[in-house]
Design a protein around this ligand. Structure first.
Ligand SMILES: Nc1ncnc2c1ncn2[C@@H]1O[C@H](COP(=O)(O)OP(=O)(O)OP(=O)(O)O)[C@@H](O)[C@H]1O
Ligand SMILES: [Mg+2]
Length: 244
């Protein structure tokens, strides 16, 4: 689904990612752990193709195509989607109209909104004045409308209350086709950033990675890695994983 090779990314004239390698197979879900400022969001934004995130080296392949030089709109049309850590508000654009634009047909929008407990927000301007948890549900609703084959989530559960985390967890599992096993032919893959690890209670992830200072340092079982990180911190987790 996705191959990232020796990716170097510059933001605001500063190199943030210094050579990231990542492979996500068809049907797999990977998780990224890392300290604040380590480059997690930068990686997702660069994979998605935001022009502010300048790729100065390396390649990104999506479904076998080199997309390194493709625009964000083209990547999106090919089936890439993303839920932002901090989605922007768009004054004058109603949430329902955005969802219609993404979905390209008007039907079943009420059903999608119900899925994320968001029916009361459809007539409001997109993300304008939304609380932290409402922003995250707004992002999920847009992803449900887009239904991408490769979905990236940048801290989907941050700021979300316990009841809505359950709802979000279900939606993430649906978006990633977790009801179908990889063997049975699941065609959706995902990449999730999490600090709290709550999302791991709702979806089965295949691989975890720790990012440190712009390098993806090690990979392993995501639940085990998260426990190590909670107990000993990011650096120790990396040292231990590299030693084993
Ligand atoms: N325009 C910019 N100019 C300079 N530095 C920038 C710019 N944009 C981002 N950065 C820096 O890039 C680094 C990586 O940021 P990024 O948002 O990828 O971190 P993150 O791992 O997602 O952190 P968090 O866990 O806090 O979300 C940070 O130190 C940030 O300040
Ligand atoms: Mg971030």
């Amino acid at each position: 689904m996705l191959v990232v090779e020796n990716l170097k990314v510059e933001v605001g004239g500063k190199e943030i990612l210094h050579g990231v390698n990542l492979r996500i197979g068809m049907g797999e879900t990977h998780v990224i752990f890392g300290k604040n400022g380590s480059g997690k969001s930068t990686l997702l934004m660069a994979i998605m193709g935001f022009s502010k995130y300048k790729i100065t080296g390396g390649k990104i392949y999506f479904k076998g195509n080199d997309v390194t030089n493709l625009g964000l709109n083209e990547r999106s049309k090919m089936g890439m989607g993303m839920a932002f850590q901090r989605p922007p508000a768009i004054k004058g654009l109603k949430t329902i109209d955005m969802v219609k634009l993404i979905k390209q047909v008007d039907d079943k929008i009420d059903d999608l909104a119900k899925e994320v407990n968001f029916s009361n927000f459809l007539s409001r301007d997109l993300n304008l004045g939304f609380s932290g948890g409402e922003l995250k549900r707004s992002e999920m609703l847009q992803l449900l409308a887009q239904n991408p084959s490769f979905v990236m989530f940048d801290e989907p559960e941050s700021g979300v209350d316990v009841e809505n985390i359950k709802i979000l967890g279900k939606v993430v599992a649906n978006l990633l086709q977790k009801n179908i096993s990889i063997r049975e032919g699941r065609t959706k893959s995902g990449l999730i950033i999490t600090h709290t690890g709550y999302i791991l209670d709702y979806i089965e992830a295949d691989k975890g990675h720790v990012i440190l200072d712009g390098y993806l340092m090690c990979s392993g079982n995501p639940r085990e890695m998260f426990k190590e990180i909670q107990g000993y911190g990011y650096e120790k987790c990396v040292k231990c994983m590299l030693a084993s």
